[in-house]
Write a protein that binds this ligand. Structure first.
Ligand code: HEM
Length: 446
């Protein structure tokens, strides 16, 4: 094999090094994917095998951002430093989220040629404000943001607490079960059902739709695109019936759909945008909250002295939520596309470059967090994590997620529930959603 011919440059951000590598791969295209760049953190195996930590550490030591010239997703900038991510997110006009430029994940939007090749006749995309720039983003975010204010959260707290308590009381004892399915999915789905005022008995539909809608890789194949679109239409019809029902309500309810119907900004939204934003809220709130709940259990089990601290002192719970979000970081990255040549921390990012913000790395940045790989429920600056992003796109549902996670820990504590990992652990094989497919546990008392 011709592997010895590859000169692996020490510093991947040095422009001539990219050129040499690019040229090498142009001459030997067969070697492209068999020789992943050592810093290509788009590889999903490093997340499913939980081996990403030393790679990001090495990258951070070399600098806050690096150009990765080759990857299955094409070339991209990997931004790994906390400060650099905040800097880029504070410049939303220069670093666009718009789906027209490429959207918010490392995955490329299919080109017209690729669509034709897959036999997909028309491009079917729903507009969502997470993938929009100002001014559209501002107007659309405004239709949902008032639901997530502190007073909006106070209205939901009682029902979330009651549902969480009921679920914890129903958990099997003396038996191994999957925490992801029985608790993380169930509680997250319940939380979203309460948010939307969605019929309780049908709540698992939300999980089902979200799993299909969120699986962006499926859209590359025609049949799966058809199926995905079919589910989206089914979902649209269901929400339309709720919409019609709520429009006729004499007294407007306080659920999100009623609130959107009566919002002034809603007048400027097309039916497609309304549907796109509902899906955004379901998908945005689903995997993320679910994987936080699984991550919390995993981390407490791996750190018995911290678990003891939590059991002895429930006052640590609010800070523990932040620290465990920092450690888990349920979304590994968000992506931006550069709209004009710009200098960032000594590197020139060119117009059109793909810029990937690795929150997972920023939340372990030694410059901000002392001893970052250690779980410390009393860490003073745990709140500085950027698991919810930063700037104008910072997670609109952050307060709701924090509320649900705090309630879960409080209700576990009240019942003196201790959860042990007691069987298989399966992690998600993906570079975007960072979490668990399966986490087998057993429940005891403390
Ligand atoms: C945006 C993470 C829960 C809805 C985001 C972003 C991240 C994120 C990283 C992008 C921020 C950026 O680009 O700077 C999380 C995590 C959650 C969570 C870790 C749970 C632990 C939720 C919930 C909802 C939600 C519960 C709603 C029900 C959204 C929406 C956006 C968003 C609508 C787009 C905001 C915008 O573009 O202005 N979230 N999220 N998320 N999230 Fe969350």
């Amino acid at each position: 094999m011709a592997t010895a011919a590859i000169e692996r440059p020490q510093c991947r951000t040095e422009p001539r090094a990219h050129e040499a590598l690019k040229q090498h791969f142009a001459e030997h295209p067969e070697e492209r994917l068999s020789h992943p760049h050592k810093w290509d953190v788009s590889r999903s195996d490093i997340y499913s095998e939980n081996t990403w930590q030393p790679i990001f550490k090495e990258m951070r030591e070399a600098g806050p951002l690096h150009y990765i010239p080759e990857s299955p997703f094409g070339p991209y900038w990997a931004v790994v430093g906390h400060k650099a991510i905040q800097h880029i997110e504070a410049l939303p006009d220069t670093f666009s989220s718009s789906w027209e430029h490429g959207g918010i994940t490392i995955l490329n939007r299919l080109t017209d040629e690729e669509l034709a090749e897959a036999g997909i006749e028309e491009r079917r995309e729903l507009p969502m404000f997470i993938a929009m720039d100002r001014p559209q983003h501002t107007g659309q975010r405004r239709t949902v943001a008032p639901k997530f204010t502190p007073s909006g959260m106070a209205e939901m707290e009682g029902e979330i607490r009651q549902r969480t308590g009921e679920l914890l009381d129903s958990l099997p004892r003396g038996e191994v079960f999957d925490w992801v399915d029985k608790v993380s999915i169930e509680l997250t789905t319940g939380m979203l059902a309460i948010l939307f005022g969605f019929p309780w008995e049908d709540r698992r539909l939300l999980t089902f739709w979200s799993d299909w809608a969120g699986d962006t890789e499926l859209a590359t194949v025609r049949d799966l695109d058809e199926m995905r679109w079919g589910f989206l239409n089914e979902m649209a019809a269901y929400f339309q019936s709720l919409w019609i029902e709520r429009t006729h309500d004499k007294e407007p309810g306080d659920d999100l759909i009623s609130m959107m119907i009566h919002s002034e900004a809603m007048n400027q939204m097309s039916p497609q945008e309304f549907m796109g934003n509902l899906i955004l809220l379901i998908v945005g709130g689903n995997d993320t909250t679910r994987n936080s709940m699984s991550g919390f259990i995993y981390q407490l089990d791996k750190n018995p002295e911290q678990r003891k601290l939590f059991e002895q002192n429930p006052d640590v719970i609010p800070n523990a939520v932040q620290e465990m979000l920092r450690m888990q970081t349920p979304l590994a990255h968000m992506r931006r596309t550069c709209t004009e040549d710009t200098e960032v921390f000594g590197q020139t990012i060119k117009k059109g470059d793909k810029v990937v913000l690795w929150y997972l790395s920023a939340n372990r940045d030694e410059e901000v967090f002392e001893n970052p790989d250690k779980l410390d429920l009393t860490r003073e600056n745990a709140r500085r994590h950027i698991a919810f992003g930063y700037g104008i796109h910072r997670c609109v549902g952050a307060r709701l997620a924090e509320l649900q996670l705090r309630i879960l820990l409080e209700e576990m504590h009240k019942r003196r529930i201790r959860v042990h990992v007691a069987g298989d652990i399966e992690r998600v094989r993906a570079n975007f959603v960072h979490g668990f497919r399966k986490l087998e546990v057993e429940v005891t008392q403390f």
